[in-house]
Design a protein around this ligand. Structure first.
Ligand code: PHE
Length: 473
């Protein structure tokens, strides 16, 4: 599309939009459960170190590449990579990955909207039935919810960067913070809540194994929306006067604070429901927690606050998760849309239409992977496990290519774009960054141990996922 590149209207708008992308299901459910199962305060500490020591520098790399090139990831890798074929390939990975992750994230968002609607219609008791989830995800009503989610994402994105993404973030993010606080206050005043807080926070370093370390790092990486071209794309919508290191720090702090606070909501809720809970028995997946475990806990609240009260609490929870999912979905879908717009000179609305249709087709294939359709349900098998179409998208793009993309951007900024250009780009608009300890740290880490760590994660995932071999014993 010709004409000036769209931009965020304010620094706070940019920070909220980036934080909106970062804050998602991973923060609200994935992190609390991961922490409770894997050493409480010890996990928290390790996670926070990973966010600031490893993920934040990668975020700076992504944002500065975007701002410098003023392009989508494909264009950014092409321009700053001097048209080399290898780097163009990295650019392609940076737009295909978010597109495919958008597909599976979309399916989960559809389920969340469905549960929200059910609670709203007074059906919390039905949701608490363990059979409900399996029935719900295989019912034709999911296609109706899919239409609604697509409609909402379309409405936001067709408004463009300032009137769409930024406005939505300014509305949804503060509402999200407020709902989270309300729920935390409510849960902490329930009986036995403190037992949950204890389990959540008391450090147990003996739980920290190589696998837990790997999991915490992957979780932090995903949580900050890295490796998906999102921060490159959002970075391309800010001007050279804005402070990239300062903004990125705020995004990382917000994301971590929300994850931490969500733990103060989820764990005490579980313990207040059953003081004897053994956290090691909690479901490994966020999906299991959101759709089967938590509805049961909400329903149990009816003993103290009545069915209506319990439904209100559940409704606020699902709305909170839905808002978090929508701002993440918007950010991830914007990446291929921005690429199609600038690479092929297509306007925003037709770009949304074309990619939207493709997204719907793939999301339907994923949504039918849970028994609705045999072909997609038992799509293939590897490493001795049968895999559905949904599993493949998840394994290949989320588990495998995400860390690879992180590795590539690190190598790209230091060895292709060059260190001094990277530093100069970060200095622009950030007068205190130059010469700071943080600058030296970013400069060294992005060129040395961060790519090494990401490489190890990548190799380990490939060995484990596709060959059934664990490198960590
Ligand atoms: N950061 C999101 C989370 O924690 C993950 C995500 C971001 C997923 C953007 C998709 C798109 O859940």
């Amino acid at each position: 599309m010709s004409g000036a590149r769209e931009q965020f209207g304010s620094r706070i708008g940019f920070i909220l939009a980036a934080a909106g992308s970062a804050v998602g299901i991973g923060n609200l459910v994935g992190f609390p459960v991961g922490a409770a199962k894997n050493g409480g305060g010890a996990f928290l500490l390790m996670y926070a170190i990973f966010v600031f020591a490893i993920c934040l520098p990668v975020m700076l790399a992504e944002m500065s590449v975007g701002r410098k090139a003023k392009k989508d990831p494909l264009g950014a890798y092409r321009i700053l990579g001097g048209n080399s074929t290898g780097w163009k390939l990295a650019g392609w990975l940076s737009i295909i990955t978010p597109f495919m992750i958008a597909v599976f994230y979309m399916v989960i968002t559809i389920w969340i909207l469905g549960y929200l609607a059910e609670v709203f219609m007074g059906n919390l008791d039905a949701l608490a039935n363990p059979e409900m989830f399996g029935q719900f995800i295989n019912s034709p009503s999911i296609f109706g919810y899919m239409a609604a989610v697509i409609g909402i994402v379309y409405l936001i994105l067709q408004g463009g960067v300032k009137e769409g993404i930024e406005k939505a973030a300014k509305l949804l993010m503060p509402s999200l913070f407020l709902m989270l606080l309300l729920l935390v206050i409510f849960v902490l005043t329930q009986d036995n809540a403190m037992a949950g807080v204890k389990f959540y926070l008391i450090p147990d370093f003996s739980k920290i194994t190589a696998e837990v370390v790997n999991g915490a790092l992957s979780q932090a990486f995903f949580s900050l929306s890295l490796g998906m071209g999102i921060m490159i794309t959002y970075g391309s919508y800010i001007d050279n006067r804005s402070d990239v290191p300062g903004s990125a720090k705020l995004v990382a702090i917000t994301d971590t604070a929300v994850a931490f606070t969500a733990g103060l909501m989820i764990l005490p809720a579980i313990f207040s429901f059953n003081p004897q809970t053994d956290p090691s028995q909690l479901s490994e997946s966020s999906i299991g927690m959101i759709f089967t475990f938590l509805p049961k806990i909400f329903l149990a609240l009816q003993a103290t606050i009545g069915y209506m009260g319990a439904s209100i609490v559940a409704g606020i929870f699902f709305l909170l998760v839905f808002f978090a999912a929508i701002t993440s979905l918007v950010s991830i879908f914007e990446v291929p849309v921005a690429a199609l717009m600038s690479e092929k000179d297509v306007n925003r609305k037709p770009a949304l239409m074309i990619l939207g249709v493709l997204l719907i087709v793939l999301a339907c294939m994923c949504a039918m992977s849970f028994g609705y359709n045999d072909f997609f349900t038992s799509f293939t098998s590897y490493a001795g496990t049968q895999k559905s179409f949904f599993d493949i998208v998840f394994d290949v793009f989320y588990e495998t290519i995400l860390p690879l993309n992180g590795l590539l951007i690190c190598i790209f900024v230091i060895y292709r774009w060059k260190k001094h250009n990277f530093n100069e780009a970060l200095d622009e608009g950030a007068p205190h960054y130059k010469g700071s300890f943080f600058e030296k740290y970013v400069d060294i880490s992005v060129g040395t141990f961060i790519p090494v760590i990401l490489f190890v994660i990548f190799v380990n995932t490939v060995a484990l996922k596709y060959f059934g071999v664990s490198l960590f014993g």
